[in-house]
Structures are given as C-alpha cells and as structure tokens.
Design a protein around this ligand. Structure first.
Ligand SMILES: [Zn+2]
Length: 529
C-alpha cells in the first residue's frame, strides 16, 4: 500500500462554519495561498450554491496560479425525485468550474427516512445519479459519506450500499465521515478496515472533535488503510471543530513516515498555522501540539536543566523540525535566534551576543508583555529595531489630533478628524470625514502627509483587526489593533496596543506610513549609489 496520504483542507468550508469565524473574499484568497504554499493536495473552498460570496470567490480563484493544490467545490447529492440536470446545487457545482468536487450523501438510514424524508432506495439513486452526472462532466468526484459511522452502527448493510452506489457510479474517493464526532478510535479503526477490504476505490476520513478524538480517529483510519484525510489546518469547525491537520500532518509524516506534504514544507507548519490564525482573527491556541507557542516551552527548573543538557529529555521532536522554537521561560535565551535574522535586515554586522541585540530583545519582551504581538506585524517590528539602533528619525511630528463622532449616523461620514502635524518646521492642519473615527483619522493623517510626501497617496488600508486582550476590564480593556496596508506593490502590517481603541489604531497607522516612507527613502538612496 502506498505511503502517500492525500491532505484535504476544509478551513474555508467546514472551518468557516465555526462560531466566530467570518472570511472575506480577500481572506479566503490568502488562506488558499497559504495552504498551497505548504503543499496540501486539496483545498475545499466553499459551497457555491449556499453562499453568493463563495461563487464570487470561485470566480476570483479561477485566475490564481497554484503550485500544487486542487480547489474543490462542495455540494450535496441531488434532491429527491428530480433529475441531476434539474438540480440547482449540482448546477452550481458545474458553474463553479473546479476540476474536483466533493458531494455529501446520506449514509444513515434514520437520516434518510426521518430528516430528508425519502425512501432508502431513492437515496441510493440520488447518490448514484449525482456522482455519475458529475463524472460525465469530467470531474474528479470525492464522495463524503455523511454520518457514515453512525449509519454503519445502526444499519451496516445500508451504509455499505450507499458507498457502493457512489463507487459504482465512478466516485474517485469514498470519505467516511464521523459527522457528529461521537465515534471512538477503536470503532473507527475496525469499520474503516471493513470498508478498505470491501472497496478498491480510495478511502478517506473526515472527523469531528466532539469527543476530543478527531485527530486520534483520523490516525486510526489511516492505520486501517485510509489514504485521504480531511480536516482544517488549525482544527476549527462546527461545534468542537474538525480534525486538526497541523497535528495530523506531522504525526503521519514524522512519526509514521507517511508522505502528506513535501518534506521541505514540514518546517513551515508553525508559520502557516500562525498565518491562518491571523487571517481568521483568532489566537492560535498556545497549547496546540507541534505549532503552539507552548509546545516546546519549558518552565520547571529541572526540565530546563535537562533540556539544556539533552533536548530529547523533555521534547518528543526537535522544535525546528516543524518551525517552532524552544522557549525557556526562566532564561534570557528565548527568541534570540528568531530576532537576529530580523536585526540583520537593518544591521548585518550585529551578532547574537552584541549588546544591541540584548537591548532589542529586552525591549521586545517589554512590548510583548504589554500586549504587542509581532508575528504578523513585521513593519512595527522593524521600526522598533531601527529605534533601538538609532537608525530612525521621525518623519513628522504630531502636534495634536481630535476625532468627533456624529449622530445620527450618515454612511461614510459618521466621524470627522482634525489633525495638526509638523514636517521640517512647517505646520499642516487638515480635516477629513470618514466611516467611523479610525477611518476619518487615517484619511486626515494621509491628507496632511501627502503635502510633504506625495507617495503616501498610493497607500491604502486593506485590513483592520481589533482584538480585546483582557476582557475582564470590559469597555476599558486593552486592545490590540493590527492593520495591513498596501501601495499596490507591497503589503505590510503594523500593530498598536492601548486601552483606547483610537490610540491603538493611531499607533498602528503611524507605523504603517513611517514604514512606507523609510522604505521609499532607502530605495531612492540605494538608486543613487
Ligand atoms: Zn464536517
């Protein structure tokens, strides 16, 4: 049996059904790029029928050049008592234009009779017709057997007939779904083994985490012969979430020597997990296996001593294998390696042991303690390094700003900002109206700066995220604002933290424009050399 396990990511479909997750089309494109970069085989992009945003997204990604991943449109078998040609869902799948589709069909007799209220025979026809129809369009068809394990436990003969209907109609993969997440690993193993022994079609697994066993169940299915694993990259999904691929991939690849993603991508797992968390505007669970911040963090004195002597004493793998890092909470060693590469961009001559490096690390620690986070805010990070090394001069001086909110609400004009700045001794006062205080302030600042730095006109915000850091203080809580800006060529992100959301936004806005101006000045300077 082959060692290759196909990885199918459903962050944009099952993941988008998680409480608290909402992706814009822009976010979805970024998730696709991140997943493609790490080399997953399939990216389930959404249901073109249930969501108009998804259809727009399919149009967008049709033009994306992906290196490895196949985009998958998701839908279901046809409705009862109509032909596949008449079914709106199947039509939408055709229109989505992807070469691979995933459709789910009922495999639990009780769901057939009591939920969609049709006959067991008609459900088999629905599966057979829908798969055959999509195959006639030349598509790769992945059949998701919904509630397969519950169905098998209730009526194994019928559950197997459902798979047989899909297989006979030409399905390329039969995926066994533990839709309610209530099945145990030993059951998953035994049932998957029976399916693998019965069918020559490739078998897949799709687990939910309602018993905290989605990863274990996926693992057992692979050990029983499944070679296609569905999940979401950092595990979120409906209710308690889906099987977490950032755990499953290294488990299979590092511990079981199976091939999931290209070998060279394994050290990028942590980075991609952080990226997807950031796009989703959630904090990556710091206790996540392999990729969480605590996965290789040592605190107890005896543990620290032992790891210093021999890392294997308290680490199951080398953290760098998955792109994570070892942290000693009681030591100063933390983060030095990660920081030095960034310092080198500004001052290549500095080393890990330079006093400047120590000073920068101290400053970063203070800021992180105050709620800053720099993983996704490279431009603010670089500005701090510049400030500590004296390679920074302020490009403008703020005299004051004032923001006034207006009621009743007027669309696009609900706030006014007034700003006074000084550049090279010249004062500039401007005002701007905007959609809310932050937008008004952003416009006023850029309008004032444009007088001195015309290139600022090309800069605009593409993303703005706010996270409350300590919910306990209610409306006086500290917030972290992360903004992403572009000048049409490059994009960069900056961060600000304060108890005042306007102040936090201001800090991030200032970093964003300063970073752009410093980059421009440096590239002009280089052109003269
Ligand atoms: Zn699911």
């Amino acid at each position: 049996m082959s060692n290759k396990v196909f990885i199918f990511d459903s962050t944009l479909r099952d993941g988008a059904q998680a409480d608290g997750i909402s992706f814009s089309v822009e976010d979805k494109v970024k998730v696709v790029k991140a997943l493609d970069e790490i080399g997953v085989d399939y990216i389930e992009a959404g249901n073109p029928m249930s969501n108009p945003k998804d259809m727009e997204f399919f149009d967008r990604i049709a033009h994306l050049e992906l290196s490895q991943a196949r985009i998958v449109a998701f839908g279901s078998t046809r409705k009862s008592n109509i032909s596949p040609q008449e079914d709106a869902g199947l039509k939408a799948l055709e229109k989505a234009g992807t070469s691979t589709v995933a459709i789910f069909g009922k495999c639990w007799d009780f769901h057939v009779t009591d939920i969609i209220e049709t006959s067991l025979e008609e459900n088999l026809n629905m599966i057979r017709d829908s798969v055959a129809y999509l195959k006639s369009l030349g598509k790769e068809v992945i059949f998701d057997g919904e509630h397969f394990f519950d169905g098998f436990k209730n009526n194994s003969e019928y559950a197997m007939q459902c798979l047989a209907a899909a297989a006979e109609a030409g399905a390329d993969c039969l995926v066994l779904c533990d839709t309610n997440g209530g099945t145990f690993p030993s059951e998953v193993h035994d049932i998957t083994r029976k399916v693998v022994d019965t069918f020559s079609t490739a078998i897949g697994i799709h687990c939910h985490n309602d018993c905290g066993m989605a990863v274990a169940n996926s693992q057992m299915a692979v050990e029983a012969g499944a070679r296609h694993v569905q999940g979401t990259f950092i595990g979120y999904g409906e209710r308690c979430g889906n099987a977490n691929l950032s755990t499953i991939i290294p488990n299979l690849q590092l511990k079981r020597k199976m091939e999931c993603i290209p070998e060279a991508s394994i050290p990028r797992l942590t980075m991609i997990a952080l990226t997807i968390a950031e796009i989703s505007n959630i904090s990556l669970n710091k206790r996540e296996p392999y990729v969480g911040r605590c996965a290789f963090t040592h605190k107890g004195g005896m543990h620290v001593d032992a790891v210093n002597k021999t890392p294997q004493s308290f680490e199951h793998i080398d953290p760098e294998a998955v792109g994570n890092r070892r942290i000693f909470l009681t030591s100063e060693v933390a983060g030095r390696g990660a920081v030095i590469s960034k310092i080198h961009k500004v001052s290549p001559e500095l080393t890990k042991d330079s006093p400047e490096t120590t000073r920068i690390i101290k400053r970063l620690k203070e800021l992180e303690h105050a709620g800053y986070q720099f993983e996704a805010a490279e431009s603010s990070f670089e500005l701090i390094i510049r400030k500590e090394l004296g390679k920074y001069r302020p490009l403008f001086e703020l005299v004051s700003f004032k923001v006034i909110g207006e009621q009743p609400y007027r669309e696009g004009l609900s706030a006014t900002a007034l700003i006074k700045i000084i550049v090279d001794g010249k004062e500039e006062i401007t005002a701007a109206e905007g959609e809310g205080p932050v937008n008004a302030l952003d416009k006023a600042l850029r309008k004032a700066l444009e007088v001195f730095y015309p290139e600022i006109a090309q800069v605009y915000l593409i993303d703005y995220k706010v996270r409350v850091l300590d919910g306990k203080s209610a409306s006086a809580s500290k917030v972290r604002v992360l903004i992403e800006s572009t000048d049409g060529k490059d994009t960069w992100a900056s961060v600000g933290v304060s108890r005042d959301i306007i102040e936090a936004s201001w800090l991030a806005l200032v970093d964003s424009v300063e970073y752009k101006l410093i980059k421009d000045i440096e590239s002009k300077f280089k052109a003269y050399l």
